[in-house]
Design a protein around this ligand. Sequence first.
Ligand code: NAD
Ligand code: MN
Length: 498
Amino acid sequence: MTTMTASDWRARAEGLAIADQAFIDGAYVSSRSGATFEKISPVDGRLLARVASCDGEDADLAVAAARRAFDDGRWARQAPAARQAVLLRLAALIEAHAEELALLETLDMGKPIGDALAVDVPAAARAIRWSAEAIDKIYDEVAPTPEDQLGLVTREPVGVVAAIVPWNFPLMMACWKLGPALATGNSVVLKPSEKSPLSALRLAALAVEAGLPAGVLNVLPGFGHTAGQGLSRHQDVDTLVFTGSTRIGRRLMVDAGETNMKRVWLEAGGKSPNIVFADAPDLEEAAEAAAAAIAFNQGEVCTAGTRLLVENSIREAFVARVVAALERHWRPGDPLDPATRVGALVDGTQLETVLGYIEAGRAEGATLRLGGAPLADASCALLVPPTVFDDVAPGMRIAQEEIFGPVLSVIGFDDFDEAIAIANDTIYGLAAAVWTRDLSKAHRAARALRAGSVWVNQYDGGDMTAPFGGFKQSGNGRDKSLHAFDKYTELKATWIKL
Ligand code: NAD
Ligand code: MN
């Protein structure tokens, strides 16, 4: 635990050197056009950096560098143990620079510094280390062939990977991609969100320090319609991996189809149901978890528990507990204060979106039980307290659309089948939770829920050892675990006549 105070962090922010250029072929460079964009901090409205605004021309340079690096084998053809050593050093460097990276993350996108230190940075290091440790422990196959044949089934890196990531966990999302992509020998062009480019740009230098050869990791800051499109419509990107919204995910599949049929792997949006049955083992614990599920990271979480489904016999008392838990623990505050648990929304656009949904909830007739407006008299305009709507009908916009802010929709149900039907009544399928002390009911629910992760008597379990991703329009493919390696490798069958 850090002993630094908010003013210590502010002092540290004053002296912080910020990398603001693209990173291509082992060097920081301006965008070819010279264009930059202003990165304003949601913490205090301060101009953090003028960041290189890359476009298609820069994407061409980055992809060409990645291609050269891949083709000459400077990384892909190193011994697995050699690649492993580099990535283990990178994981250690991330940990050694934890405070700097956490500060960049908080200044860039407004999350609490305590979370950046306790969650984001360790998870980023863990993703790199876990993937690295696997490299020299995975074996290929010999097929069960007739006597005169030898069939080899081998995995090869796909080549040039473009990774486009969002702003809610910038470094962690990047490392969920980079770990398995680099471990399997690919070259990567990483495009961070225009709302949070700073930690990725810093990471590039750490990778070089760790010994990653030039051109193997390139970082391309810029907007979606410029840098992003430059990658998604590129003719020489082999695989596109994406974390972000469902709307943009659909668009990327079109881009791939219209260009070179690059593989497209998507981690997209969610509207996850958190189902509380009257026989939950501990209603107070369930209420605390429901509060955390909507308030953590300002509700800017793909797996946020945004739909709270509560059995009607306990609904009133349970909602009161959730509201109390939110009031007790989850009041927004200064993101640089280590005691803060809810920080600033990422920017004014996101604030408008969130307030628009709060208005929609009111207009559609839901009952506001908590929150509903930004904190008055705060030094920062982007602090929105957790907001709770009860009496939400499953068809309302606040029950169907991803808000990406701390807005909870409570929906009542009377029996198991109704709960499952409401839970699955969504275009999304990222995660779901169920609270019951009935083992059989828990298993039946887990089977019936159409979601990539199901939690029983907890919310948000998981680590690198298990796959993470979505059913339906929450995406395809999986991050984390060895299953993630599938996205970054091609299977080859080699037939040798004996
Ligand atoms: P977004 O889709 O707006 O942007 C994601 C990335 O795509 C950014 O880097 C952006 O610049 C880029 N982009 C935007 N338009 C593009 C285009 N036309 N072509 C190419 N690239 C383009 O998402 P966001 O607002 O940054 O992040 C929030 C979303 O991410 C939410 O929907 C959330 O659920 C999702 N998310 C999902 C997961 C998961 O693992 N499933 C994890 C975190 C966030
Ligand atoms: Mn967006």
